[in-house]
Design a protein around this ligand. Structure first.
Ligand SMILES: [Zn+2]
Length: 239
C-alpha cells in the first residue's frame, strides 16, 4: 500500500487526530518564513531576524522592530490553503481534536478551525502595554511606525518573541491533546525549533505521521513519512 493510501485509511479509523504544524504550512499561502534571508543584494536590515524579534530588541529599538515586523510578519491578504481547509474539514467531521501551530497568521481560524493552539501567539491580537486595551490587526495596519494606544502607551503584538516564555496554558493544552491523540500528524516543520521536538514526545500512539518537503531528524521515529506539499497531501487524503 502506498503512503497516501495508508494515511487515508488511518484517518478513516481515527477520531482523536492532532495536527502539529510549522512554517511550511504558511509558506503554501505565500507567507515566507521570516528566517529566509533577503539575499546579498537586497539586505534591508542590519540585524538577523532572530535578533530583531527578541524581547530586548523590541524594548530598545521598537521602531526598527516594527519596520521588520510590518514587512516580514504581516500578510493581511494571505488566504488559507488546502492544508488549512483540509484540517478544518477533519475537525468538522469530528475526527480532529486540535491544531497546534507555530504560525502566527491566524489562517487556521480563517479556514474554520476552532481548536487552534497558537504556541507563538497571533498577529491578530495586540495590546497596549500601558492600559491593556485590545487592538486588531486592522487597527495596526491603519497606523505607521510604532503603533500607539489612545492612552499614549505602545501597542505590542501578542506574539512570543525570542527571550519570552511560551504561554503555559497553551502549552499544557497542547500536551494534553497530544497525549490523548490516536494519530499525530506533523507538517511543515523541521522539528528542530523549540518546543516542537519536545512536545511530540508526549504522543503515545502508533500513528505518528510526518509530512515534509525535506527530511527531519525525527523521520526514523515516525510510523509514516510522506515527502511532499502538506496542502497537496492533506487535500488528497480528505477529498
Ligand atoms: Zn492604552
Amino acid at each position: 500500500m502506498d503512503a497516501l493510501e495508508q494515511l487515508k485509511q488511518w484517518i478513516d479509523g481515527c477520531s482523536r487526530i492532532v495536527f502539529f504544524g510549522g512554517a511550511g504550512v504558511s509558506t503554501e499561502s505565500n507567507i515566507p518564513d521570516f528566517r529566509s534571508t533577503d539575499g546579498l543584494y537586497n539586505q534591508q536590515y542590519d540585524y538577523p531576524p532572530e535578533t530583531i524579534l527578541s524581547h530586548t530588541f523590541y524594548v530598545r529599538k521598537t521602531e526598527e522592530f516594527y519596520r521588520f515586523y510590518r514587512n516580514k510578519m504581516l500578510f493581511p491578504d494571505a488566504k488559507p490553503n488546502k492544508a488549512h481547509l483540509a484540517l478544518a474539514k477533519l475537525e468538522a467531521q469530528g475526527k480532529l481534536k486540535a491544531v497546534i501551530t507555530q504560525n502566527i497568521d491566524g489562517l487556521h481560524q480563517a479556514a474554520g478551525s476552532r481548536e487552534v493552539l497558537e504556541l507563538h501567539g497571533s498577529v491578530h491580537r495586540n495590546y497596549c502595554t500601558r492600559c491593556g486595551k485590545f487592538y486588531s490587526l486592522e487597527d495596526i495596519l491603519k497606523t505607521e511606525g510604532v503603533p500607539r494606544c489612545s492612552c499614549g502607551g505602545v501597542i505590542k503584538p501578542d506574539v512570543v518573541l525570542y527571550e519570552e516564555g511560551l504561554d503555559q496554558s497553551i502549552l499544557s493544552r497542547s500536551v494534553r491533546h497530544i497525549s490523548e491523540a490516536d494519530m499525530l500528524i506533523i507538517g511543515g516543520t523541521s522539528l528542530t525549533v523549540y518546543p516542537a521536538a519536545g512536545l511530540i514526545d508526549y504522543y503515545r500512539g502508533d500513528k505518528l505521521v510526518l509530512i515534509n518537503k525535506a527530511v527531519t531528524p525525527r523521520d526514523g521515529q515516525a510510523s509514516l513519512v510522506i515527502s511532499g506539499s502538506i496542502g497537496e497531501v492533506l487535500d488528497a487524503v480528505t477529498a
